[in-house]
Design a protein around this ligand. Sequence first.
Ligand SMILES: Nc1ncnc2c1ncn2[C@@H]1O[C@H](COP(=O)(O)OP(=O)(O)OP(=O)(O)O)[C@@H](O)[C@H]1O
Ligand SMILES: C[C@H](N)[C@H](N)CCCCCC(=O)O
Ligand SMILES: [Mg+2]
Length: 212
Amino acid sequence: MTERFIVTGTDTGVGKTVFAAGLAGVVDRFYWKPVQSGLHEETDSEVVARLSGLPAGRILPEVYRLKMPLSPHRSAEIDGVAIEAAKLSLPALPGPLIVEGAGGLMVPLNRQTRFIDIFRQWRLPVVLCARTALGTINHTLLSVEALRARSIPLLGIAFIGDEMADTQKTIAEMGKVRILGRLPRLDPLTPKGLSVAMRAAFNVADFMEAPH
Ligand SMILES: Nc1ncnc2c1ncn2[C@@H]1O[C@H](COP(=O)(O)OP(=O)(O)OP(=O)(O)O)[C@@H](O)[C@H]1O
Ligand SMILES: C[C@H](N)[C@H](N)CCCCCC(=O)O
Ligand SMILES: [Mg+2]
């Protein structure tokens, strides 16, 4: 049973937090955003608290809270903080967990370490969130290749956006990767609407199985 997994993405702004909020609510997980860069707007943990319907205790505190909405390595430098990989060990928890990175796989935490390096150490399966919009084939296939090159288990792709049938099929075929579903753009984006859309778009059982 996949009790814990990572939600990552092909890029920043693809919809990881919205997807994670929807999924955490539907499958009743803890949520953890270990490195938050950008504190002036609503943080990812705050978005999850607002959209998931989870009780506050299910949202774990961040390890690093960095002021500027930049790549974590740079945001940390500006704050005079050194992000230490050793401080990013998975929390020991009484329940299942969703962990969200920041941006895409190669985003640096410091001048040596990238998110993908930490993901490899954690040995958790990954859900890769990807846009459906033009440009996604390249970003998604590159991300899949990077995960495979490091033997990081990939549960599958969660698309976000309008249906692009050929794009989705092309990624599935050329990447030899499972498509978990597609969350449409929701307007308005509400907790109830997100929960309904997640249940319609994804098979909850896929997030309970061992990774393929
Ligand atoms: N399914 C959706 N319906 C409507 N709006 C969405 C949806 N998914 C994402 N958005 C919006 O798109 C923007 C980016 O989404 P989100 O914050 O989830 O991206 P992210 O991948 O988590 O980015 P980051 O790398 O900063 O963590 C937000 O304004 C969010 O509300
Ligand atoms: C600030 C933003 N919302 C994310 N949390 C961090 C995105 C880092 C992207 C770095 C990069 O790939 O250039
Ligand atoms: Mg996010």
